[in-house]
Design a protein around this ligand. Sequence first.
Ligand code: ZN
Length: 149
Amino acid sequence: MDCRWLFGEYTDPDLDIPKDVKARAIKVTNRYLGPSLWFYILFVIAPPPVIAMGLTRVADDWLAGRLGISLNAASLTLSIVIVLLTWPWATWMYQCVYTPPYRRALRTLGVPICERCGYALEGIDPNGACPECGKGQESPIGDSTQIEG
Ligand SMILES: [Zn+2]
């Protein structure tokens, strides 16, 4: 199972993408998403972790009494549990929004990658159907006219 999305990596590990191309793709993606990315972060991704952290202020008294540990230890334990539970959710939600335009940006910058699944299309027709997911590509590779202006 590929869990690299937990660490913000959305492409095939076999694909060697130069740092400057990655940086440019991120810039293009951020420009494409614009304020909608911040809206999504503020109103979809952030609320559950923030609400859960707020609930630790209520539950830490109960946990400290129940386990016979200090309030600080109970609060820290709950915080760690909440981070472990909400981090995968938040990164998954983020990558759902971020990955499609990011992969599209990489393709327009000439990186042979499947727009849908992130598979490296090196050595095969980068504009053809992907052997991994079977889907065709929507944006032609290396067509930087799509990102200028
Ligand atoms: Zn694919």
